[in-house]
Every structure is written in structure tokens, then in C-alpha cells.
Write a new protein. Structure first.
Length: 267
């Protein structure tokens, strides 16, 4: 099995640099915010954090490809870094501390590209989570100061805590009835949003979460953290990994139940 220790260490260096850049502009009164063609906001901090990560990758891993939310795809090859400089930009521009830089390394194998390293760094929450294939998932402030992550052992939907982002996407996909049934049947629901529910699944504080519309950079880092913590990460179609354009994550025990309510097989 490949050893991803060096890539994980590099991921932390990249996250440290991004954290410094994003925190410097967080809550800045003169923060510049634009609207992208898809009508979502992008701040100067999104762009500068991604540029910073790209420049460091160019020096440290010049042969690796890069895909980022703000500046697209660059390079080719079996290894590709996936960057979301600020996941939760709407929170960031409003001064809500729930946002993170997501950094993942994907590697090509027989079954296609799979995420093998993931770092989720949320400096305004003073939290960081990370994982590498075969090495487990952890949370803490550094590689040497970390706690191992483990998903929950909740085995019944009636006892489960379910996290989501919003209702509108489910309605647009025609899945609102299943979503509402799940909300009624489970023990607790909370709309934490963005990266956070996946990290909660990984650390066992939430049991299931799902989102109806996502990009690869929203999911790649989260997927490997959830999986290395013992959980399952698929699309709503049940296909493993972050390639389906949407996500369902669970402690594994509840995954089939979760997909029964909101998966693509439901009508």
C-alpha cells in the first residue's frame, strides 16, 4: 500500500498557509465580494487562498495536477489535488465562523480516481480534521497533537441524528417527501451545513448526513475522512466516493436506511 505520510504533512502545510490568509480577511470591513456566473459569491479571500495553495503545490509537487473551485483544472496525471479554498463562502462573507478550507489528494486506480488524503481546516472554529488511506482519521491542531476519529454505533434511524444543509435542493430534486419522512422518523435533525456534518459523522457526534447538489471539491476531502473513520460516503445513487454530484454519509450501519429515504432509487 502506498505511504501517504509525506502528502499528509504537505496538506497540513498548505492548510496552515490558507488558514493564515483566510483569517486575516475574516470579518474585514473592506472585504471584496463578487458574484460568479452561477450566482454564488466569491470573495478575494477565496481567490488568494487558492492561489497560495497552488503556488506551494507547484513548488512541492510540480508533476501533480490541480483542480480548484476558483481557477479550474491544471496539469494531468494519476495524482490530482482538489481544493476548495473556502467551503462556506456565504458564511464567511457574513461573519459566521462555519467555513473551512478543503484539501484532498486523489489518485487514479483500477476503479477510477479515489481520494487518498483529505484535510478539512476550519480556523474560525479552531478545528481541523484529516485522514489518509490506510492511516485512519484524526482531529486536532497538528499531526503530533491529535485524537483518532471513530463513527458512532447507532443502528436505528429512530435513534439517529441527521444533519443537512437546506430544504430547497431536496425540493428541486423532487426528494422533499423522502427528506421530510426521514426528518420525522429520526431522533434529531439539525442544519449545520457545508463540511461540518461530514466531520460530525466522522467523529461520531452525528450519525447520517446528505446533500442533494455538490461539486467534487466539496466532497473529496470529506469522503476520505468519513471513510477512514469507519463510515460510508456515497452519492445518492449509492456509488462509493465523491463522484455523483451529491452525497450521503453515515456511520455505515445506517447507510442503506438513509438511501431508502432519499436515494435515487426512491420514487
Amino acid at each position: 500500500m502506498p505511504d501517504y505520510h509525506d502528502d499528509l504533512r504537505l496538506g497540513h502545510v498548505l492548510a496552515d498557509a490558507a488558514d493564515a490568509a483566510t483569517m486575516e480577511r475574516f470579518k474585514a470591513l473592506d472585504l471584496k465580494v463578487e458574484t460568479k456566473p452561477d450566482m454564488t459569491p466569491v470573495s478575494e479571500a477565496d481567490k488568494s487562498a487558492e492561489e497560495l495553495i497552488r503556488s506551494q503545490l507547484q513548488r512541492a509537487r510540480p508533476r501533480d495536477a490541480v483542480l480548484g473551485e476558483e481557477f479550474g483544472s491544471e496539469g494531468a496525471g494519476p495524482r490530482r489535488w482538489i481544493i476548495d479554498p473556502i467551503d462556506g463562502t456565504k458564511n464567511y462573507v457574513r461573519g459566521v465562523p462555519v467555513w473551512a478550507t478543503l484539501i484532498a489528494l486523489m489518485e487514479r486506480g483500477e476503479g477510477g480516481d479515489r481520494p487518498v488524503v483529505g484535510i478539512v481546516s476550519a480556523p474560525a472554529l479552531n478545528r481541523r480534521w484529516w485522514a489518509a488511506e490506510g492511516l485512519g482519521a484524526f482531529t486536532g491542531r497538528s499531526l503530533t497533537s491529535a485524537t483518532r476519529l471513530q463513527v458512532s454505533q447507532v443502528g436505528r434511524i429512530q435513534d439517529a441524528s441527521f444533519a443537512y444543509s437546506s430544504l430547497t435542493g431536496w425540493e428541486e430534486r423532487g426528494k422533499l417527501p423522502g427528506f421530510l419522512d426521514l426528518s420525522r422518523d429520526c431522533w434529531r435533525t439539525r442544519a449545520y451545513g457545508d463540511f461540518w456534518p461530514y466531520m460530525m459523522v466522522a467523529e461520531g457526534t452525528v450519525d447520517i448526513c446528505a446533500e442533494p447538489e455538490l461539486s467534487l471539491w466539496d466532497m473529496a476531502a470529506c469522503a476520505v475522512v468519513v471513510q477512514e473513520a469507519g463510515g460510508q460516503f456515497t452519492g445518492l445513487d449509492g456509488k462509493p466516493g465523491p463522484h455523483s454530484g451529491n452525497a450521503a454519509a453515515s456511520n455505515g450501519l445506517l447507510h442503506e436506511d438513509l438511501l431508502t429515504y432519499i436515494g435515487d432509487a426512491r420514487h
